[in-house]
Write a protein that binds this ligand. Sequence first.
Ligand code: FAD
Length: 351
Amino acid sequence: ETCRQDHGGENLMKAWVYIDHFKGEAVAASWEAIGAAKALGGDVTAVLLGAGAEALANAAFEYGADEVVLGDDSALADFRVENYATALSALVSNATPNLLLFPTTSRGRELAGMVAIDLNTGVLVDVVAMELDGEKVVATRPIYAGKLLEKTVCNASPQIVTLRGRAFAKPEATAGATGTITKVDVNAGDEKSTVEGYAEAGGGVSLTDAGVIVSGGRGVSNNPNLTAPDGMSDEEAEVWRAQQGFALITDLASTLGAAVGASRAAVDANYIPYANQVGQTGKVVSPDLYIANGISGAIQHIAGMRNSKVIVAINKDADAPIFKSARYGVVGDLFEIVPALNEAMKAKLGK
Ligand code: FAD
């Protein structure tokens, strides 16, 4: 509205949204970014780079893009930040949008930073809300591990913003919506690196997209009734016990169609890979439901999950700080409660 007033009825906001995708599938937060751009008013262009990425153009229209800029080139078959940044920077400097949005994924963050260097502008990262002040986007983002929200603007142009996943609503898809696809030649620059292959980091539901997360902490190894097989060192026995514990967490997660998360203590002790870590130095998540098992609730863990809609904590220490953040708390041994909860959920869900 402010923008319209400033420009005598004409809204000059021209937003580009980078559609992040991997192996032919778009990251859902890209559609959320289209919705966030539409909410600011003005035209929204989705940018699709890749080889064979045209298949995603229809979805971009269905989620609200007015136009799709498609850079299809074999040099972009695999995501390599140097090539993608070279191509995207050239497109953006030609078309001069005032706003360039990315989802806050690893690829999105990396690309946003490199494009900002190319275009001599800045990046506002991990933004959770946006409003307009004239042509300036006033971005809200959490600081101090999520304890405060800061409003910030970028005075250079274009304004580049990465949006936190699940912080903006995914627009309703309009089936059959279409629009203009503008095919552009891309200059992907020299090949500086090659992709030799991909290894699965564990599969299952992605943490950042998940609506439900079941997480485990150091407490997951603490089952005195479990005796590790003979011949293991103390450290090996602890990891073995933790694996038995995480099997319970994973069972509950699969009943709920949830992703599996972990505290840093669990990751540092080799119970589970770093890809599962939630927190200040792990992933920032905002599911509808977060179930924390055997996690004490250190501030660095809370920083990664405090935006969950409902937090449930299962911990045998009634004074554990996690209970301060939880809507529902169960004081007890996770080795009794998690299997019981799993059975109850299976019965409820008819599984
Ligand atoms: P603990 O604090 O040891 O808690 C284990 C909990 O399990 C206890 O509350 C205990 O009562 C409970 N428990 C034990 N047995 C059972 C049982 N049988 N049933 C039920 N409950 C049981 N941490 C993160 O998680 N993510 C981060 O990204 C992160 N980044 C960090 C960055 C920095 C710079 C620093 C300094 C620290 C960071 N940490 C992070 C570490 C953080 O400070 C904590 O050390 C960590 O979160 C503790 O993990 P935890 O809760 O699993 O372990």
